[in-house]
Design a protein around this ligand. Structure first.
Ligand code: F6R
Length: 605
């Protein structure tokens, strides 16, 4: 979950270090425990420290200079958050530098062997062994590429590596296995980065590396090869249709707020899905005997909505399983289809589930945001959600766009299954098209009220989020938003009915309860649940499109969202909960974009 970047300029006279710095800042959302830079000029110079890079260094007076550089922002896994453990890591001769994202699982054995050979280690990290392994290989060859390949072949685990050496000052090597690594092809510069946002300002042309591939970036050009054989791999660059401006905060205090308020625009983009792929996805699902949907966190909540949709619209049963438990629970064969939902397309748990399904011969469908990401490429059919770059750790606009794509799949399936009349389905399609306007209207109408409620409840650090039916995923998603950035204890259930089976004993005057009250057959039961919480002195915040006098009387606060078909309501009901999480976080003086111990792209299991 760390971020890595390497930049090589074609012009030896150009100083790329301010650009390396800029690219690294764009990767900070992947981790910000510590950071480090290296350049070769003519010796290997390393600069590192603990903390977030953007707090320490000023781009204009960047202390290192060089026409080639690499850098790292860390989310600690192996070894504590110390300067010694910050990357880049170097060998005994201080000529080889390495930055790494991933986990090298055989590092203990390799370290012992290297120590026996006289190597001295300066950090507790798994990464440092790579520098020493290359140093060792260079004792028997003068070829940097060969030495690095031989070293990488000894590694077990997952890695994206960028490697440079002062003895080979015109080249950077970038290796990939199971951790994302994208090569950027600029006019006069080459990049190797954990994601495309990092270098988007400089180029939209990119080549995502596949497992077992490496790139040689030099002043003369770039080459992609397979590190098992060292044979060249012919790959054409792709162009991403994201703009760098989309990845800027603008006038907002945080990326999370910016991304919440750009949802009306982002949602519209979700309508431009690839129609032939949609057809393929629908055919795959129609012919499957068993369908699973798997994902993690917010993306899993989108999967839960999909389960309700397919039951209601197409009488199709979908089994949702969180990705980290997929292999323990799912029965997969050739007649199984699995839908993988992921914003980043790199989540290790989801990727592991995907590879398991492929080994078992199941059909794989991806719903992904990041173009060219591992999940997007490895699924047989992938629909992109077109949410644009999502920078805040907390997922917001990607959730809404995932829902939109899942609606579009569900409507197509409904047409084939004939459970609903074509008029009903067309009416739903029309309503979906109107949602961007309704999202805008909702954000405008609730914003002030939510910020006032946030002021009132900011001192209550316990909460339950409850819903029934299609309101359950909304309750779960709202609760996740709150706890991930406020660090408050917040819980949700597989249905508000579960409250009375134990958890209601926690409700007291120190707790607020968010009730998702849909205007459907679950309404009366939700009133019952609100009543139960009120009689135990919980403060109730009700989200509803139908603020009856009964609801107003029984709730402490009522937030009204526009009426929409209940099946489409998750898109509108989640908006006040996204805002509530941001406003409580800000009132506490915390940064919503920087939740402690979390990173945007979870590439470790
Ligand atoms: C919550 C959040 C996480 C992600 C989860 C899956 O706000 O961001 O729970 O949803 O880590 O990530 P993706 O969708 O990239 O697979």
């Amino acid at each position: 979950m760390c971020g890595i970047i390497g930049v090589v300029s074609k012009k030896k006279s150009e100083n790329v270090m301010p650009i390396v710095y800029e690219c690294l800042c764009n990767l900070e959302y992947r981790g910000y425990d510590s950071f480090g830079f290296a350049t070769v000029n003519p010796h290997l110079h390393v600069l590192k420290n603990v903390g977030a890079v953007s707090k320490f260094i000023n781009q204009d007076n960047f202390p290192l200079k060089g026409s080639l550089g690499f850098a790292h922002t860390r989310w600690a896994t192996h070894g504590g958050v110390t300067k010694a453990n910050a990357h880049p890591h170097t060998d005994c001769t201080n000529t080889i530098g390495v930055v790494h994202n991933g986990i090298i699982s055989n590092h203990h054995e390799l370290r012992k062997e290297l120590i026996k050979k006289g190597h001295v280690f300066r950090s507790e990290t798994d990464t440092e062994i790579v520098a020493h392994l290359i140093e060792e290989e260079l004792k028997t060859t003068s070829d940097f590429e060969l030495a690095a390949v031989s070293a990488v072949r000894k590694l077990v685990g997952s890695f994206a590596l960028v490697i440079g050496s002062s003895n080979f000052p015109d080249v950077l090597l970038a290796f990939r296995k199971e951790s994302p690594l994208i090569i950027g092809i600029g006019k006069d510069k080459f990049f190797a980065a954990s994601d495309v946002i990092s270098f988007l300002k400089y180029t939209k042309k990119m080549i995502p590396l596949d497992d077992y591939e490496y790139a040689i970036l030099s002043r003369d050009g770039y080459m992609i090869k397979d590190w098992r054989t060292m044979n060249p791999v012919n790959k054409r660059p792709k162009t991403v249709n994201w703009d760098f401006e989309m990845a800027k905060k603008g006038d907002y205090d945080s990326f999370m707020e910016k991304e919440i308020f750009e949802q009306p625009l982002a949602f519209r983009e979700s309508f431009y899905i690839d129609k032939p792929t949609l057809k393929k996805v629908v055919q795959t699902l129609l012919s499957a005997k068993r369908i699973y949907v798997t994902a993690s966190g917010t993306s899993y909540h989108a999967g839960l909505v999909f389960q309700y949709l397919l039951k209601e619209l197409a009488n199709i049963s979908v089994i949702p399983v969180i990705s980290s438990e997929f292999q323990n629970l799912a029965i997969v064969d050739e007649e199984t289809a699995v839908v993988f939902i992921s914003q980043s397309g790199e989540t290790a748990d989801t990727l592991t589930a995907l590879r398991y399904v492929k080994r078992k011969g199941g059909k794989t469908i991806g719903i992904v945001n990041v173009v060219g990401s591992s999940i997007a490429r490895e699924c047989e059919a992938t629909l992109y959600i077109n949410a644009g770059p999502e920078i805040a750790v907390c997922a917001t606009k990607s959730y809404l766009n995932q829902l939109s794509v899942l609606y579009q799949i569900s409507f197509e399936l409904a047409k084939h299954r004939g459970i609903l009349g074509i008029n009903e389905i067309e009416a739903l399609e029309d309503q979906l098209k109107q949602l961007p306007e309704l999202i805008k209207l909702t954000l405008g109408s609730i914003n002030r009220k939510v910020s006032e409620i946030a002021k009132d409840i900011q001192y209550l650090s316990k909460s339950f989020y409850i819903g029934r039916g299609i309101g359950v995923p909304t309750a779960k998603e709202g609760s996740l938003k709150l706890r991930e950035i406020t660090y408050d204890f917040s819980m949700s259930f597989d249905g508000a009915g579960e409250l009375k089976h134990g958890s209601i004993s926690l409700v007291d005057s120190d707790m607020f309860v968010v009730a998702i009250v849909q205007n459907d057959e679950t309404y009366d039961d939700m009133i019952g649940n609100i009543q139960e919480c009120k009689s135990r002195n919980g403060k109730v915040i009700t989200i509803t499109s139908n603020p009856t006098s009964e609801l107003i009387e029984k709730s402490d606060y009522v937030i009204e969202v526009p009426e929409a078909n209940p099946l489409l309501s998750p898109v509108l009901y989640i908006l006040p909960l996204q805002l509530l999480a941001v406003y409580v976080t800000k009132l506490r003086g915390l940064n919503p974009d920087r939740p402690r111990a979390l990173a945007k792209s979870v590439t470790v299991k």
